[in-house]
Design a protein around this ligand. Structure first.
Ligand SMILES: C[S@@+](CC[C@H](N)C(=O)[O-])C[C@H]1O[C@@H](n2cnc3c(N)ncnc32)[C@H](O)[C@@H]1O
Length: 214
């Protein structure tokens, strides 16, 4: 696939925002199924590794809000205002203090080295330029800071990968969802050191903890 340029990224970012705004009312019902079948325990795994000042990128409808430990101070950004509105309602219902706002993971509106940990679940598949997002996460993390990810990725099993490649044009077109990305490539290029890596479900589901060298 062609490398993103500033113009293609801007266009695709607007397309994703519109798609996700439309998706927002249905998102939780759909994700209930996938969280049970594919990602079970993954959100808990990622949230348990976070400490101090935490940034969650692409918070969606705030499905991780109940899982963040009470002692962390939480900031969250999300591209699609309709998704964010649901996340805010969820934070209120949970009585969870969090600074939730619209933002773009590819150009974070925070100074360098402002967070101890960053979380991203199931969004590296949708962010138009994941390389830019990885570089931004690296920039806003303090030295020694941790990036925790839960993601569906390109399977190392050839038959599964073939199915992913076949249906990917449709998932990209209708949901902005890339099935054959591998976040480790972007983390490595950004300068992260992977400290934990777990694969499951024919290699489709990946849990990663990576540190910014400190
Ligand atoms: C599949 S949803 C995952 C939501 C949430 N992280 C979760 O685990 O349920 C992908 C989310 O990424 C968001 N997203 C896509 N591109 C983004 C960007 N450039 N910056 C911030 N959020 C983005 C979408 O709007 C959508 O809410």
């Amino acid at each position: 696939m062609a490398e993103p340029t500033p113009d293609t990224t801007r266009e695709e970012t607007e397309r994703i925002r519109a798609l996700q705004d439309k998706e927002a009312p249905r998102y939780d019902r759909q994700m209930d199924f996938f969280d049970r079948v594919l990602f079970v325990g993954g959100r808990e795994w990622a949230c348990s590794r976070l400490e101090g000042e935490v940034l969650e990128i692409a918070v969606g409808t705030g499905r991780n809000l109940p899982l963040h430990r009470v002692e962390v101070s939480l900031t969250g950004i999300e591209l699609a205002p309709e998704m964010l509105a649901i996340a805010k309602q969820r934070a209120t219902a949970l009585n969870r203090e969090a600074n939730l706002r619209v933002g773009d993971a590819q150009a974070l509106d925070f100074p360098d080295a402002s967070f101890d940990s960053v979380l991203c679940t199931l969004a590296f598949c949708t962010i138009p330029d994941p390389g830019a997002a990885a570089r931004e996460v690296f920039r806003v993390l303090r030295p020694g800071g941790l990036f925790a990810l839960l993601e569906h990725v390109r399977s190392p099993v050839r038959a599964v990968r073939a199915v992913q490649r076949t249906i990917e044009p449709l998932t990209i077109r209708f949901e902005g969802d890339h099935l054959t990305r591998e976040p480790l490539e972007y983390l490595d290029a950004a300068g992260f050191e992977v400290t934990e890596l777990e694969r499951s479900k024919w290699g489709i589901v990946e849990r990663v903890a990576a540190r910014k060298p400190g």
